[in-house]
Design a protein around this ligand. Structure first.
Ligand SMILES: Cc1ncc(COP(=O)(O)O)c(C=O)c1O
Length: 460
């Protein structure tokens, strides 16, 4: 953290306007495609997270660490499909596995051997979680995990971290992305629907607590217990990945583990973003705290939609005995399982994690040097393949500090600046970069150079 210089707000606005105009100019075919798309796709996209004003950037292809948009702009990919493509695009090992599987048939809704191999490998990586099931996305994983936790405890209330995203089903679309003045007081954070269409009864059943504050979590659990609505589970990311990156403070995860165990509450680490991206065994391995369940998706399938849930034998008993009906036509789909098998056994090897850690250290250090050189208010932070520059004069530890301090205008300017200089970054102030095994020193240095160029223009 530096003693930062105030950034001139009018300079941010001026550069943002200039960069916006430049991006519109270089993405005209995307603009034309949007005109066509919005006639048939709501907002011109298949998912609201892909929407953007004045138009989304439509991509045509990707290879390794590089992607191209429909205007032919070549960009180094730090977005990587919201953190899914840690393998790099069109990875040959995964391509081979998919092609071989295609010849033999891609879908039976019957189990195949690859599904067993994948579960064996996941059980090996997530020590202490020996039982697995499949889904097709992160949302399905968290939805089923919560149902299993509810069945296993016989309770309804779900506890989550305020500001965390766990997918798009009703129970977890709560207390995310709300305005600062709507958060509520720390010991009694508000349950607020994220978007319309979520029943109030469901909203009321999900209770949010602040990240990095185990005593606040325990106080809320005690109050809920007194009210006769003790939580079935705590669902959380061990490191928050949607406020940039927010790492757990020393002792926090251990305290959460101890509190949930003592109160008989199922602890779910949602590893949809962290799993396979920050270590072979995800956050569970990286931070050395084992939950009762984990949820995976994103980087699991190497670009083929695949999700998984891992749990202890005790928790999974309700699936084994049939009381929870955990199902899905495409669960364990042969194509997804073949891609996942190749991904786990051939691509995301121990060497891959060594490479990702080294590259991330390099990009984080490079960004931190730029911050210090220009006296910018901010810091770089990351773990495994993931990281970001957080534009804030103070360290972000939870949603409240994020909302109060993070500079959204700077995040927007940085995104535009990157896009105009061959760096494809995840849009939005909440997001972080994800590196792939195909990134190298030159790719991360390019990122740092563009950041340096922006800081130069901004700070003069
Ligand atoms: C932590 C976390 N959990 C769950 C999800 C939902 O995953 P999906 O978009 O595959 O449904 C996401 C997606 O960003 C996520 O970041």
């Amino acid at each position: 953290m530096t003693t930062a210089t105030q950034i001139d707000r009018s300079r941010i606005a001026e550069l943002t306007e200039r960069e916006e105009a430049a991006l519109n100019e270089r993405t005209k075919k995307s603009g034309e495609m949007y005109e066509r798309a919005k006639g048939v796709l709501s907002g011109g996209v298949g998912s609201s997270y892909q929407a953007r004003a004045p138009w989304p950037i439509y991509l045509s292809n990707g290879e390794g660490a590089v992607v191209w948009d429909v205007d032919g702009n070549e960009m180094l990919d730090f977005h990587n499909g919201f953190g899914s493509m840690v393998q790099g695009h069109a990875n040959p090992a995964i391509g081979r596995a998919v092609a071989e599987r295609y010849e033999k048939g891609t879908h039976f809704a019957a189990p195949t051997e690859d599904g067993i191999v994948v579960a064996e490998e996941l059980a090996r990586r997530w020590q202490g979680l020996p039982r697995w099931r499949y889904t097709n996305s992160g949302s399905e994983s968290t939805m089923d995990a919560i149902r299993i936790a509810r069945a296993s405890t016989g309770r309804d209330t779900v506890m989550k971290i305020f500001g965390s995203y766990h997918g798009h089903h009703d129970t977890v679309m709560i207390s995310i992305g709300v305005e600062y003045d709507a958060i509520g007081d720390r010991d009694n954070l508000a349950s607020l629907a994220y978007g319309a269409g979520i029943p109030q009864a469901t909203v009321d059943m999900t209770i949010a607590v602040p990240f990095n504050d185990a005593p606040a979590m325990e106080r809320r659990i005690e109050r809920l217990t007194e009210e006769g609505r003790k939580p079935a589970c705590v669902i959380m990311e061990a490191a928050m990945m949607n406020l940039g990156v927010v790492l757990p403070q020393p002792g926090y995860l251990e305290a959460v583990r101890e509190i949930t165990r003592r109160h008989g509450i199922v602890l779910i680490f949602d590893e949809v973003k962290t799993g396979l991206a920050i270590a072979a065994g995800g956050a569970t391995e990286r931070f050395g705290v084992t939950p009762d369940m984990v949820t995976l998706a994103k980087a699991l399938g190497g670009g083929v939609p695949t999700g998984a849930i891992g749990a202890t034998e005790e928790v999974m008993e309700v699936v084994e005995n049939g009381s929870v009906v955990q199902v899905g036509t495409y669960n364990g789909n042969p194509l997804g399982m073949a891609a996942t098998r190749a991904n786990l056994l051939e691509v995301l090897t121990p060497d891959a994690y060594t490479h990702l850690d080294r590259l991330n250290d390099r990009i984080l250090a490079g960004c931190q040097t730029v911050i210090e050189k220009h006296n910018l208010p901010g810091y770089s932070v990351g773990v495994g393949s993931k990281g970001c520059v957080t534009f804030s004069p103070v360290e972000i530890v939870d949603y409240e500090t994020f909302k109060a301090n993070q500079d959204a205008d700077m995040a927007e300017l940085a995104w535009l600046f990157n896009m105009n200089r061959g760096i494809f970054m995840t849009p939005g102030r909440e997001e972080e970069w994800t590196l792939s095994v195909t990134h190298d020193d030159a790719s991360v240095d390019a990122y740092v150079q563009v950041f340096d160029a922006m800081a130069d223009e901004l700070m003069g």
